[in-house]
Design a protein around this ligand. Structure first.
Ligand SMILES: Cc1cc2nc3c(=O)[nH]c(=O)nc-3n(C[C@H](O)[C@H](O)[C@H](O)COP(=O)(O)OP(=O)(O)OC[C@H]3O[C@@H](n4cnc5c(N)ncnc54)[C@H](O)[C@@H]3O)c2cc1C
Length: 314
């Protein structure tokens, strides 16, 4: 099993979301771990105490790590951009080693051009917890996401039409409620201009005869190569095989819209489209592209449940 559209790790603190999805899948407990390669050596990421000790040849305990961060951090007030967030918490050297070039590759922008929320997603720890997420529920659909969605769509009232651009079928939805989950600007024919998204090119590889390629699910390459990271799917799926499948991610401007780009000017443009959306009766806009939010899967499920509740109530 691989993830065609890049690694997707399910994690949530919402029991409601977890219970809802549990109607369509069994789970395999999985806690994601990530490493970062800096100057040819591999370190725990997000940055924790072990990262510091290994990188700088130290032997800090928890209080020592906290004091170390306190000494190297560059206090910023207010914290507006992603650069502010990282310098404010870990200082310049760790910023340059782990964040600066990764952000440039991932977004094609300087961290100072991105809103604080992007970097604020990544914690910094004084303990040695090397899990990427600390949510209450961390698990992968046991038989994969495809099977989970097949179960979800297996209902007499649901018809799936693939390869149909919304514009080519929009007339067949002229009555009743429409729930639109594509890019909001596309719905309004880009009347205020394009709303930018970041895209990715995925380079999948199967390495026959290699039982394990890397020690954890994902390894980040902040400073080397054009790709940002390599993910080895076996860690995520728990499958056994004599070979292994990996994917390299190459960020790019063109291509399928994946990530809303969190910048003030984009949010201002989104607000103009949102004002149009509010006037559109009988259409509900939900999801990462329609709400132009950097949602994780659990957040998008929560948004969908909320929208459904509202519709049912009315
Ligand atoms: C590389 C990557 C890794 C991610 N990893 C994680 C992760 O580890 N954990 C996590 O929780 N979240 C992750 N996410 C986020 C997750 O993918 C999103 O939260 C989720 O897919 C959002 O669902 P959605 O239905 O809103 O939008 P999408 O999944 O983007 O679905 C929108 C659909 O609309 C279709 N569409 C677009 N335009 C049109 C049109 N004009 N006509 C017809 N159809 C159209 C698209 O083809 C697409 O199928 C990741 C995202 C990316 C890009």
């Amino acid at each position: 099993m691989i993830h065609n559209y890049g690694p997707h790790i399910f994690h949530t603190n919402s029991e409601r979301v977890f219970n809802y999805l549990s109607r369509f899948t069994e789970w395999r407990p999985y806690e994601h771990r990530v490493r970062g390669v800096v100057d040819g050596r591999i370190y725990p990421f997000p940055i924790n105490r072990d990262t510091l000790n290994q990188l700088y040849g130290l032997d800090l305990d928890e209080a020592g790590a906290a004091a170390w961060f306190e000494r190297v951090r560059e206090p910023r007030e207010p914290v507006r951009t992603s650069e502010d967030v990282v310098l404010n918490s870990v200082g310049r050297d760790l910023y340059e080693k782990f964040f600066l070039n990764y952000t440039r590759k991932q977004w094609g922008l300087e961290p100072s051009q991105l809103k604080a929320g992007v970097a604020a997603r990544i914690p910094v720890r004084t303990n040695t917890d090397d899990r990427y997420f600390t949510d209450t529920f961390q698990a992968m659909p046991l038989h994969g996401y495809t099977r989970m969605f097949e179960e979800m769509l297996d209902h007499p009232n649901i018809t799936v039409r693939l390869g149909a651009d919304f514009d080519s079928v929009r007339d067949s939805f002229s009555t009743g409620q429409l729930i639109f989950t594509g890019p909001i600007a596309a719905y309004f024919k880009h009347c205020y201009g394009p709303l930018p998204y970041r895209s990715l090119r995925f380079e999948h590889d199967h390495l026959a005869g290699t039982e394990q390629f890397q020690p954890v699910g994902t390894v980040n390459y902040p400073n080397d190569h054009d790709f940002t990271r390599i993910t080895e799917f076996k860690h995520l799926t728990g499958q056994f095989h004599s070979g292994t499948s990996i994917v390299r991610e190459y960020p790019q401007a063109e291509g399928e819209p994946y990530y809303p780009i969190p910048r003030d000017e984009n949010e201002a443009l989104f607000k103009r489209y949102e004002a149009l959306a509010e006037k559109e009766t009988n259409v509900t806009f939900v999801g990462r592209l329609a709400q132009y939010r950097y949602y994780n899967m659990d957040q998008v499920v929560a948004a969908a449940l909320k929208a459904a509740e509202k519709l049912l109530a009315s």
